[in-house]
Design a protein around this ligand. Structure first.
Ligand code: AHG
Ligand code: MN
Ligand code: MN
Length: 357
């Protein structure tokens, strides 16, 4: 034991947590300082998301011992990506958990081409849940971190053809957003527009307990997180940025192949995550409504910035349910640095277009 580890202190610290553990639903009500119907709704909605997280975490923790938990289903989803059994399981967990909630009228997810309606909930539950059931599914079969991403919006319009046209709104309209990270412990991070808070699942209680309140992302951090395998597929500006971090001290690369884990690191330690457009896909890979916008909402609430490179991410209005956008997200200064490289290349490009007399 090192000299600064005092066993008495650590025991009393744990006891203090035991006496005053704040659960997620209580925290939502405290945040809203209300027991009114909207506060009750949000508290109940967060509670259901927590339940989905617990069910998914439970399956993930034993997946290697179960038949039919890992591997591919053999199907391809609306994105053209091969579906994993865990993608399907987690997608269905959210559906069944919210069927019983009475509050959510429809769910839209990466794994479903059109929204899933729960007609019996619609007269009372005017909320929509948008989610990525398993984010980073390439990690799932090798027991590395994955996540779930969620966003809650109020249903504002009618959706006569049930394609989710009224969901095509900017990210400021989100009522709540966050993620669950399935790592060495399961952590739920959320915001309802009043800061960012993290809860850790205590498996012995079966409850998410407040572990970090009012998280603030550092204004600058050392990490840049990007798939450099795509280097030759990016615009010059992104290559300029990458060369800059290679040539300057104080930067380090971290990329796990799962957005939630990479963002979680940056939320606590600072830095920037990038998924820019590529030659193959000018809008990059990440989907706006249930990947980029919820994370942008969270990071902005923590004092950071999210951008497409040329536009604040939360201002983007998607053209369809599964629309993608380039994503540059993290510490204010680091995102601005990337944007400055893009601005400079755009300026040079504009100058080249002006005819010289
Ligand atoms: P999903 O598993 O939901 O399809 O998302 C995977 C995403 C994201 O988690 C990650 O940052 C990115 O895809 C990794 O993509 P590359 O393999 O192209 O780097
Ligand atoms: Mn994803
Ligand atoms: Mn996914």
């Amino acid at each position: 034991m090192s000299s600064n580890e005092n066993p008495t202190l650590s025991i009393s610290h744990e006891l203090a947590l035991d006496r005053d553990c704040t659960t997620l639903s209580r925290h939502v009500l405290q945040q809203l300082q209300s027991f009114g119907p909207n506060a009750q709704d949000l508290s109940a909605l967060m509670n259901r998301i927590a339940l989905a997280g617990k069910l998914i975490a439970r399956r993930l923790s034993r997946a290697g011992l179960m038949e039919d938990a890992l591997g591919f289903t053999g199907d391809v989803n609306v994105q053209g990506e091969a579906v994993k059994k865990m993608d399907l399981y987690a997608n269905e967990v959210f559906i069944s958990v919210f069927k019983q909630s009475g509050l959510v009228c429809r769910l839209a997810s990466e794994e479903m081409e059109t929204p899933y309606y729960i007609p019996e909930n619609c007269p009372i539950g005017r909320y929509s849940l948008l989610y990525d059931p398993i984010d980073g599914s390439s990690n799932v079969d090798i027991n590395l971190n994955v996540g779930s991403i969620f966003s809650i919006r109020q249903q504002t319009g009618d959706d006569p053809d049930q394609t989710g046209q009224d969901l095509l709104q900017d990210g400021h309209q989100q009522l709540a957003a966050g993620y669950i990270l399935y790592g060495p412990s399961t952590v739920l991070v959320y915001s309802i527009g009043k800061g960012v808070h993290a809860f850790t699942l205590d498996p012995s209680l079966g409850e998410f307990i407040l572990s970090e309140e009012n998280i603030k992302i550092p204004r600058h951090g050392p990490v840049y997180s990007v798939n450099e395998g795509n280097f030759w597929q990016w615009d010059d500006a992104l290559r300029d940025f990458t060369r800059y971090v290679h040539r300057h001290e104080g930067y380090t690369a971290r990329y796990s192949g799962a957005l939630v884990g990479d963002i979680h690191r940056i939320l606590f330690q600072g830095g920037v995550f990038l998924y820019p457009g590529t030659l193959k896909n000018s809008q990059g890979k990440l989907r706006l409504l249930y990947e980029s916008a919820p994370l942008a909402y969270l990071i902005e609430q923590a004092g950071g910035r999210a951008s497409t490179g040329r536009q604040t991410l939360l201002d983007v209005v998607p053209t369809h349910l599964h629309a993608r956008t380039p994503l540059i997200i993290g510490s204010q200064e680091d995102v601005e640095l990337v944007e400055s490289f893009i601005e400079e290349r755009d300026r040079q490009h504009d100058e080249e277009l002006i005819p010289t007399s």
